[in-house]
Write a protein of this length. Structure first.
Lengths: 156, 713
């Protein structure tokens, strides 16, 4: 039995401790916003935050996330209000198929917590481990910049 | 609409009810769920629905002069729903098609529902590929929505007993301005049971009066994407569902000689199924399925492949005569005799993979001999046909649902995962999901064909092209013919024996043919000491292509930029799928490590009337990034048995740091029909970059990918 704290709620799940956090989130908790892309930590589609830091949930044994705060894309909007990053991704159309989007937004949440005003270079560096096969990178960088400005202006 | 009224209309048009989607039962349920109201049927010539090389859409051998290409329904509650067999893949057809319907009915796009890619609910469609959605689905859908509007006006004129010409449609209501009376769509359709095809004389709204089409409408389901609520096929679950895994051979070409599945069968809850070379397991969890698969002992007879070092000779050796789209005019001998400058060059290109981020997956469920499959595919009707054939059941007993799919790029046309899941589900007696791993996704689908392209050319001192002989081995016939005026030419594509499975990839062979042709054009310009833009324009009579090329050049600043310090500039152009594209590139080649950095790309694109500038720009930017991978570093590596780089850690795709500044310049021609935009903007990127690298370094790279390890010194 593993006890997980996901998006502020505690879940007790009966799974083997070596199961990946990704498979437990998706198959046991039905939190399917976190995606499988490669299983080797190369694409970033499975990115969640563990204690505020981005983590590749496809490589993380679920037991190692026990007792920590896990944040997934499903918990980002609060009280029906979208996070400024979510708003910026929509506003700038920073997506096509949308499969990489949740992982990118979660990684960007962590980036903006560390660096509230990242340059384009800093964003590129922080998100380099993510793959968007539709190739929307230019818009994603602009969306993160826009969200940073919005947050400086008092949003969140 | 009721089944009776629908059947009446079909009978009047000589269409068999068998041509309706779905089984008889599900069709009744569907029609009952829709209820009354009005429905407009899009009737199309059956040629649109007949995929080449695929068994008849509804059983082989049947003739269908006309069939249903789509329909539009306005319910008794006023709800507008359009049904099309296309699939949303990220190209955002969901938004653009919705805009077209909303425009004709004078609604906001948010007020229109679009049902896509479900063989039980949507009419037959050959598949979502080839930039066909915009040119082939938009016009009839527009007409259907316009016909619905006209019908609502007819109904309102009768109900209000007023002159029809004094009525206007707006925001879900018909308004009679003189009296100020209004009737909502629901009030007009209540109690109606009208089904009709589109009258031939249905007027559509003039482009000058467009209010929704041509607007920068954002992705309509953007909120579901950014909140993680959007469900792809791989996110779905069915009650009691098992996880399936398939045993893969240790070589690309292999036959199963013996297999021992006893250990796997002994595992709790595991079902093993063998059928010929297919061996698969279904288990209560993915972890158990993986363990069961590992417990299977199999022996395979492997057959070697032609290896990469022998590949290009092999392709040439196995080439057949000229395939599709051959073009021959004048005399090459005479042309070369008249030429002041002659060139002969060979270009080669490697296999590349689609590497869609969502690996293919499917859930299959059998009930009472009927099969339902949810799968990530570009071709739900093609997958239905495959499943019906494999299981020997009528297509009416198979329902394939393609939830919005996370990209396809030509890779998600066949239904491998669907077939595997259906086989396992049949034996297990429970729903089964098969979700491919990254490694499976990059090994077992088809690849973008490798190829060899040979060009012999001649031009006069003044820059006039006089001879052009072009042979494409294996890569494909898309965009084979040169857009330049040449009086003497031989242009041929030669099908060859391919060691690896190959097939559709975004824009098919057009990027390869653009690349070889446009690289060669630069080589000729160089030999003639002419500016590459001037040389192209001197031989280009197509007005639309000239505009695209010149627009790109102007926006880029062509002619004002001279190569220096490892920086160089390149240009390329062409036309394909009804779109006209010009692309300019700026690259920087590092003096010490010889790595290429693409710094800036400008693409001017004209594809007729632009339906959604925001989404079209997004397509151009995305196509540019994807094209850079194949241009510079993507290549499938293989030895005589296996793919050697089937992972993201071994197969490099473009990332954030590879992305240049991309400027998409739209040339909006509202006077022309709209063509698709997902493919053509891809095509001129590689040659523009290749020409820029040569401009920067003097090195001409005639092999794709051009610089996997940097530019040779």
């Amino acid at each position: 039995m593993v006890e997980l704290r996901v998006n502020g709620s505690t879940h007790r799940v009966d799974v083997a401790p070596e199961r990946t956090l990704l498979s437990v989130l998706r198959d046991e908790l039905d939190l399917t916003g976190t995606k499988y892309g490669c299983g080797e930590g190369q694409c970033g589609a499975c990115t969640v935050l563990v204690n505020g830091k981005p983590a590749r949930s496809c490589l993380l044994p679920v037991a190692s996330a026990e007792g920590k705060d896990i944040a997934t894309i499903e918990g980002l909007a609060t009280d029906g209000r979208l996070h400024p990053l979510q708003e910026a991704f929509i506003e700038l159309d920073a997506m096509q198929c949308g499969y990489c989007t949740p992982g990118l937004i979660m990684a960007s949440v962590a980036l903006l917590a560390d660096n509230p005003d990242p340059s384009e270079e800093a964003i590129t560096k922080a998100l380099e481990g993510h793959i968007c096969r539709c190739g929307v990178y230019q818009r994603i960088v602009a969306a993160v910049r826009q969200a940073a400005q919005a947050m400086k202006g008092g949003a969140r | 609409m009721s089944e009776d009224s629908l059947l009446e209309v079909l009978e009047a048009h000589g269409i068999s009810p068998d041509y309706l989607p779905g089984t008889t039962v599900s069709r009744r349920e569907f029609l009952a769920a829709l209820g009354g109201g009005i429905a407009i049927l899009i009737l199309v010539p059956s040629a649109h629905g007949q995929p080449p090389g695929v068994r008849g859409p509804r059983g082989a051998g049947r003739e269908a002069p006309t069939e249903i290409g789509g329909w539009l329904h306005i319910g008794e509650d006023g709800a507008v729903t359009a049904f099309v067999g296309k699939v949303e893949l990220g190209q955002n057809a969901r938004t653009s098609l919705t805009q077209v319907v909303a425009e004709e009915l004078r609604l906001k796009p948010e007020s229109v529902a679009l049902v896509m890619g479900d063989t039980a609910l949507t009419p037959f469609d050959m598949g979502t590929f080839g930039s066909r959605t915009t040119p082939y689905t938009v016009p009839p859908l527009r007409k259907a929505a316009a016909a619905a509007r006209e019908l609502l006006l007819d109904l309102a004129a009768v109900q209000m007993a007023v002159e029809r010409s004094a009525l206007a449609v707006m925001d879900g209501k018909v308004t009679h301005a003189p009296s100020g009376r209004t009737l909502g769509f629901g009030e007009l359709t209540k109690g109606q049971d009208l089904v009709q095809p589109i009258p031939a004389d249905t007027p559509t709204i003039s482009p000058a009066d467009w209010r929704v089409v041509g607007q920068r409408v954002r992705k309509l389901d953007g909120v579901s994407v950014v909140t993680g609520q959007k469900k792809y096929a791989s996110d779905l679950k069915r009650p009691g569902m098992l996880q399936g895994k398939v045993l893969r051979p240790p070589a690309m070409k292999a036959t199963l000689t013996s297999v021992d599945t006893s250990a796997a069968e002994a595992m709790a809850g595991v079902v093993v199924h063998r059928e010929g070379d297919f061996v698969g397991v279904a288990a209560p969890s993915e972890q158990v399925a993986v363990a069961a698969l590992a417990a299977i002992k199999a022996e395979w007879d492997r057959r070697p492949l032609v290896t990469p070092d022998a590949l290009y000779d092999h392709l040439r050796r196995t080439a057949t005569g000229a395939g599709r789209d051959a073009d021959s005019v004048g005399s090459m001998e005479a042309g070369l005799a008249a030429a002041d400058v002659k060139l002969q060059q060979t270009y080669t290109l490697a296999y590349i993979a689609h590497t869609v981020l969502e690996p293919r997956s499917a859930i299959a469920e059998w009930a009472d001999g009927n099969l339902t499959v949810w799968t990530a595919t570009q071709s739900p009707f093609g997958v239905r046909s495959s499943l019906a054939g494999i299981f020997g059941i009528p297509e009416s007993r198979v329902r394939v649902i393609a939830p919005d799919t996370a990209s396809g790029f030509g890779g998600k046309t066949p239904g491998q995962a669907a077939i595997e899941a259906a086989r396992l589900a049949k034996v297990a007696g429970k729903p089964v999901r098969v979700a491919w791993t990254r490694e499976e996704e990059m090994t077992w689908p088809h690849f973008r064909p490798a190829g060899v392209i040979e060009i012999t050319s001649g031009a006069k001192r003044d820059g006039t092209l006089v001879a052009w002989e072009y042979h494409n081995y294996n890569s494909g016939p898309a965009a084979l013919r040169t857009p330049y005026a040449v009086p003497n030419r031989v242009v041929q594509y030669h099908p060859c024996d391919s060691p690896l499975a190959q097939g559709a990839y975004r824009a098919l062979a057009a990027p390869a043919n653009f690349w070889a042709r446009e690289m060669h054009m630069d080589e000729l310009a160089q030999a003639l000491r002419m500016d590459p833009l001037a040389f192209r324009l001197a031989n280009l009579s197509d007005a639309r292509l000239r505009v695209a090329l010149q627009t790109a050049a102007e926006r880029f600043g062509w002619g004002r930029l001279a190569p220096a310090n490892g920086r160089g500039y390149g240009i390329a152009c062409g036309l394909e799928k009804g779109g006209y594209v010009g692309t300019c590139a700026q690259v920087l080649v590092d003096k010490t490590n010889r790595q290429v950095r693409v710094e800036r790309i400008v693409t001017a694109f004209e594809c007729g009337a632009v339906i959604n500038p925001l989404q079209l720009e997004n397509q151009i930017e995305g196509a540019t990034v994807m094209a850079l991978g194949g241009a510079l570093f993507e290549a499938i590596k293989f030895d005589e048995y296996r793919i050697l780089n089937p992972t993201y850690s071994t197969y490099r795709v473009p990332r954030f740091s590879d992305t240049p500044r991309i400027e998409a310049v739209l040339i909006d021609r509202r006077d022309l029909p709209s063509a698709g935009g997902g493919e053509t903007p891809f095509c001129a990127v590689a040659p523009a970059v290749g020409n820029a690298i040569c401009n920067a370094t003097g090195v001409r790279l005639r092999s794709l990918p051009m610089a996997p390890d940097g530019v040779p010194a």
